[in-house]
Design a protein around this ligand. Structure first.
Ligand SMILES: Cc1ncc(COP(=O)(O)O)c(C=O)c1O
Length: 449
């Protein structure tokens, strides 16, 4: 490895970073993270902080899980790669698919299609939804409905159903036939409705209205996150996802639950859909499937959808997939990660520590007038929306957000900024004391605004 001078000198020079402006990254080089342990990370200057971001909503088991690390290195010795395209398979992939299916059996999941990450999993679900209807003799069902503020990755399919224009406008035109409903976001919505239950009803009505307008027979699927993550941790009312499920059923529309963040315990349940008592037709997953140790995702398919593919003729063939689908090393990481997730029963700590973080931030809101809205309370996903004026809800400017971020970092916690939101999704194994550290670092951050 090159020395510290080399790394500092070349930071963001050759490397273009995702979700950043290349010139801005060169002017303000990103923090170089060199080491990690438990729920903590260390930067190149030796500064240690609690990682309230969990890598990127993904390091659910923290950074020190030797079982996953060993599973990866052992598999590298036996078989570092082989294709899983029709005609060949590998032992870790067979075992990992068995484990993932078992993990989500209660959600009605019967089949597993491995991918390389969340965007791939979303893309797979969208494609399979169209093919499902085609196989059933409804080839006109091609459209997708999704939620504003939703995030579904950055492939053209996912970006087309994304509900935040930051990820869309530079890349337009996107896929035709994608339509958006208002987000279940009581703090800001076009109905001016602050009651979450009433807002859920209003969005359900908007969904019915859109279906009537488009024609039910033209809609393939609704894709939604059970709790909207990157859009600002937007927690819908408990009635919301069941309402969406019921409307989909009535109109023959598939429900895709995008569980890239919410899967594997983050909400305090093993899936976000289960958290709301809903069984989806498909689920897109990634992140917590390997705790971020290896890039893997999976599209998960219910019995209802699988049956249509498996009982159909030649058209049921899936001409979709990735070189790294069912990668043996990734699959070994999946099996080890799921065994550890179950052994540690991480959903329990996620619920308890999530409540602590949420309550702690609500207490900070009493002290700091810049906190406009605090969202969370359902596992380890917490969002803080900052405003420069409480009554007009003017979003906090980027420079102030940057100062808060840096001051919190210096005081001991890495948090993530998304627009005027602070987004937090620490490892699910985080301790009570480490949550306290995050809260005191936030306090310092807000004081520096
Ligand atoms: C809900 C959701 N879907 C899809 C994605 C895309 O996943 P990836 O970045 O692994 O492609 C993300 C990423 O954060 C996500 O949060």
């Amino acid at each position: 490895m090159k020395d510290q001078n080399f790394l500092t000198e070349n930071n963001a020079k050759q490397l273009w970073h995702p979700m950043g402006h290349p010139a801005e990254m060169q002017a303000n080089p990103p923090k170089i993270i060199t080491k990690s342990s438990g729920s903590k990370i260390t930067d190149i200057d030796g500064h240690d902080v609690v990682d309230a971001v969990g890598g990127l909503w993904c390091v659910n088991l923290g950074y020190s899980n030797d079982l996953i690390k060993n599973a990866i290195s052992e598999q590298l010795q036996d078989l570092p790669y082989y294709s899983a395209f029709a005609g060949s398979s590998n032992p870790p992939a067979i075992e990992a698919a068995y484990k993932v299916q078992e993990f989500f059996a209660e959600d009605g999941i019967e089949r597993v299609f491995f991918t390389s990450g969340g965007s791939d999993s979303v893309e797979t679900c969208l494609r399979l939804a169209r093919q499902y209807h085609r196989l059933r003799g409804e080839p006109n069902r091609t459209k997708f409905i999704s939620l504003k503020k939703g995030y579904h990755g950055t492939h053209f399919g996912g970006a087309s159903v994304n509900g935040n224009n930051r990820f869309r406008i530079n890349y337009e035109p996107l896929m035709p036939g994608c339509f958006h409903l208002p987000a279940p976001y009581p703090y800001r919505n076009p109905f001016n409705e602050t009651d979450p239950a009433k807002l859920a009803q209003l969005i359900a009505q908007a969904f019915e209205d859109e279906i009537a307008f488009q024609g039910a027979g033209s809609i393939a699927a609704l894709i939604m996150e059970p709790i909207l993550g990157a859009g600002g941790v937007i927690v819908p009312h408990e009635s919301f996802m069941p309402l969406m499920r019921e409307i989909c059923d009535r109109h023959g529309i598939l429900l895709i639950s995008d569980e890239v963040i919410t899967g594997f315990g983050r909400t305090g349940d093993w899936s976000g859909a289960r958290h709301w008592g809903v069984k989806p037709d498909m689920m897109s997953t990634a992140k917590g499937i390997t705790s971020g140790y290896f890039p893997v995702g999976a599209a998960l398919i219910s019995g209802k959808v699988a049956e249509v593919f498996e009982s159909s003729g030649a058209d049921g063939a899936i001409f979709h997939g990735y070189t790294y689908s069912a990668h043996p090393v990734g699959a070994a990481a999946v099996t080890a990660c799921l065994e550890e997730t179950l052994r540690l029963d991480t959903k329990v700590n996620a619920a308890a520590r999530g409540k602590q973080l949420f309550e702690g931030v609500k207490a900070l809101a009493q002290k700091h007038g810049i906190i406009g809205d605090v969202r969370g309370g359902h596992g380890l996903m917490t969002g803080i929306e900052l405003v420069s004026d409480q009554s007009s809800k003017e979003p906090m400017d980027a420079a102030t957000m940057g100062r808060i971020h840096q001051a919190a970092y210096e005081a001991g916690a890495m948090v993530r900024i998304g627009g005027n939101n602070i987004l937090m999704s620490p490892p699910l194994i985080i301790s009570e004391q480490e949550i306290d550290t995050i809260l005191s670092a936030l306090d310092a951050g807000f004081s520096a605004a």
